[in-house]
Design a protein around this ligand. Structure first.
Ligand code: SAM
Ligand code: CA
Length: 247
């Protein structure tokens, strides 16, 4: 799409600012999705958690409502029961997951920051799904290494959502591929990284966007040639790559 008028250019600027929420052609189109299909169907607790998180200074990190809806439906489609989440923040994707699982479903959730999890926890408790969550305040890597030591955890997860430190995704992948069951899914989030994966080398990117970009691109290349999985990269949210374990 050619951008000619000043108004269109400034709109494109705004669009880039919210890029992690919308990689679509226009923000109007994204708003249309939210207002037509997402917000009217958003469960009340998710709305409450989204609004609570919007007031937090790091709210840019939260999973978008359309991605939350996608995860919720996906988990129901695959009948997920035993799941894991790396990177919780205030818990929007965690709540989307918890609401999708059966009563005896489980989520092993980990984050280095408990405070933010506890901000959203009352909403999760009110929604009646907190009993499904085991939260570990820890970097993910030692937790994964510990899980791997017990053979019974191998191939035991139906779904794993990875939404944390992008410079470790490939290290996580080495471990998660053993922990997810054959036919199960790993979802790597932010694989289009604010659209920066196609930015020219000299593009003026924010420091953290530039730093993590190379790791995201390296992950994308590695996943594309990994024979143990089949993949699908979806332009939902900031890009999510679904990996289904084959063997
Ligand atoms: N999924 C969350 C949501 O729906 O709101 C968003 C997660 S946010 C993008 C990334 C989170 O990863 C932060 O809360 C951060 O504390 C956490 N994190 C960063 N490094 C980590 C690590 N090594 N292990 C576990 N969590 C980590
Ligand atoms: Ca994310």
């Amino acid at each position: 799409m050619a951008i000619n008028t000043q108004e269109q250019q400034s709109q494109a600027g705004i669009h880039q600012e919210v890029g992690h929420k919308s990689l679509l052609q226009t923000d109007d189109l994204y708003q249309y999705i939210l207002e037509t299909s997402v917000y009217p169907r958003e469960p009340e607790p998710m709305k409450e958690l989204r609004e609570l998180t919007a007031k937090h200074p790091w709210n840019l990190m939260t999973t978008s409502a359309d991605e939350g809806q996608f995860l919720n439906l996906l988990l129901k489609l695959i009948n997920a029961k035993n799941t894991m989440e790396i990177g919780v923040y205030t818990g929007y994707s965690l709540l989307a997951t918890a609401l999708a699982l059966p009563r005896d479903g489980k989520i092993l959730a980990m984050d280095i920051n408990r405070e933010n999890y506890e901000l959203g926890l009352p909403v999760i408790q009110k929604a009646g799904v907190a009993h499904k969550i085991e939260f570990k305040e820890s970097p993910a890597m030692p937790v994964l290494d510990e899980l791997l030591q017990d053979e019974k955890n191998h191939g035991s997860y139906d779904f794993i959502f990875v939404d944390a430190d992008k410079d470790n995704y490939l290290n996580y992948h080495k471990r998660l591929i053993e922990l997810v069951k054959v036919g199960g899914l790993i979802g790597y989030d932010n694989t289009l990284w604010n659209g920066s994966v196609v930015a020219p080398a000299d593009a003026p990117l924010r420091k953290y966007v530039r730093y993590y970009r190379d790791f995201v691109m390296e992950l994308n290349k590695a996943l594309a040639v990994d024979p143990r999985i089949e993949i699908c990269m979806l332009p939902v949210g900031d890009g999510i790559t679904l990996c289904r374990r084959l063997k």
